[in-house]
Design a protein around this ligand. Structure first.
Ligand code: URA
Length: 282
């Protein structure tokens, strides 16, 4: 008797593989493939790798440690301009206008951003939430955290009793190309505006969403898994403001790794418990 035929093996064709990979990337927020220089891939074999970035020693220290856009020569000039523009703002509306007019952050002209994305939520919120940077949907709508990640964040805030008690912003106000992490220089040019926002809003706490936010705001290099769920003391550059700040996991990570939602939820409960304590005990 002839042996029963094996069930046909399922092979993913190249097209299915490519579609599945693209869907995975799109889900992770990667919707553009960018190099620093254009590459003609049609003439195969003539591919020339893009030039290396300037060696670290030639770049100002603030930009040297993390990848991203190279720093322009005048790092301190851009930061000084941001400080002056931020200091002149006396309301959140003034600040949003100053950010929109600011030309010192390279992300503004890096090709992905169409407008500045400043903040959304309650202007007198007790909790300021700081993400890493706007994505495609945020850029299109001009508001932070309005895509899938933002919807998850909003649901978590509602479940924790924080609805209407948060103001949401980012470490940078323009969308980075290809949704890459913002560079230290880009974050440094936006930091004076962020500090001014904190001074104007006077929140009682900061929630730092994701590693690029936690590392930049707290100036620490530990991984997010070591920092999440703990309170750190944030201090303004001029030393006049101090606030408790808690790093937590980014909602985009939670969408990819739903098993980690438990940890993020625990972080939010710890933070809410402290936020709801009478100020003298907090
Ligand atoms: N991710 C962020 O970090 N910020 C946004 O505004 C949107 C997605």
């Amino acid at each position: 008797m002839p042996a029963a035929a094996d069930p046909p093996e399922r092979h993913f064709g190249d097209r299915q593989l490519a579609e599945s990979l693209l869907a995975f990337w799109a889900d992770a927020g990667i919707d553009a493939m960018l190099l620093e220089a254009p590459v003609d891939r049609i003439e195969a074999g003539k591919f020339v790798p893009p030039p290396r970035q300037a060696p670290a020693a030639a770049v100002a220290p603030v930009a040297a440690a993390r990848p991203g856009a190279p720093a322009p020569a005048d790092v301190s000039g851009a930061i000084a301009a941001a400080q002056a523009a931020a200091a002149a703002a006396t309301t959140l509306e003034d600040l949003a206008a100053a950010i929109a007019a600011f030309e010192g952050c390279p992300l503004r002209t890096a090709g992905a951003a169409t407008k500045a994305v400043v903040c959304r939520g309650e202007p007198a919120a007790p909790l300021l939430v700081i993400g890493e940077g706007p994505g495609a949907e945020e850029d299109a709508r001009g508001e932070p955290f309005v895509g899938r990640s933002g919807k998850l964040l909003d649901r978590m805030f509602a479940a924790a009793g924080l609805e209407g008690r948060v103001l949401i912003t980012n470490t940078v106000f323009w969308r980075p190309p290809g949704n890459r992490d913002p560079s230290q220089f880009e974050q440094a040019t936006c930091a004076p505006f962020l500090e001014r926002m904190i001074a104007l809003v006077r929140p009682r706490m900061l929630l730092l969403v994701g590693a690029p936010s936690a590392k930049s705001i707290l100036k620490r290099e530990e991984g997010i898994m070591r920092m999440r769920g703990r309170f750190f003391e944030w201090r303004s550059a001029d030393g006049t403001l101090e606030l408790p700040a808690m790093p937590t996991l980014h909602p985009a990570f939670l969408l990819r790794q739903p098993g980690a939602k438990k940890q993020a939820w625990q972080d939010l409960l710890t933070l809410t418990e402290r936020l709801d304590r009478p100020p003298r005990d907090a």
